[in-house]
Design a protein around this ligand. Structure first.
Ligand SMILES: [Zn+2]
Length: 88
């Protein structure tokens, strides 16, 4: 995604999520400048809840959040591949 595409995307996503102005400003900066998305989709969250790494992480007590998982490159790549073959 280009910077402009990320800017448009996060504006839309924050709108759907009902973020206030302060949150929008923070989420915009994180997504556009740092490529960190704080709004994982419901589809990603559902996929992540069933992921073996998530289940293992729960054994430590708190589990890896969907936000952290989505922003972790190898997990995100795995998700995209799973989506492509209809497993997510
Ligand atoms: Zn937001």
């Amino acid at each position: 995604m280009t910077r402009e595409e990320r800017a448009r995307a996060i504006t839309t996503i924050c709108g759907k999520c009902g973020c206030n102005d302060e949150q929008r400003a923070r989420h915009y900066k994180l997504f556009v400048d740092e490529n960190w998305n704080v709004h994982p989709s419901k589809r990603f969250q559902a996929w992540w809840q069933e992921h073996p790494d998530f289940k293992v992480s729960l054994e430590d007590g708190k589990g890896i959040s969907a936000i952290t998982a989505q922003n972790t490159m190898y997990i995100w790549q795995e998700y995209l591949e799973a989506k492509e073959i209809g497993l997510a």
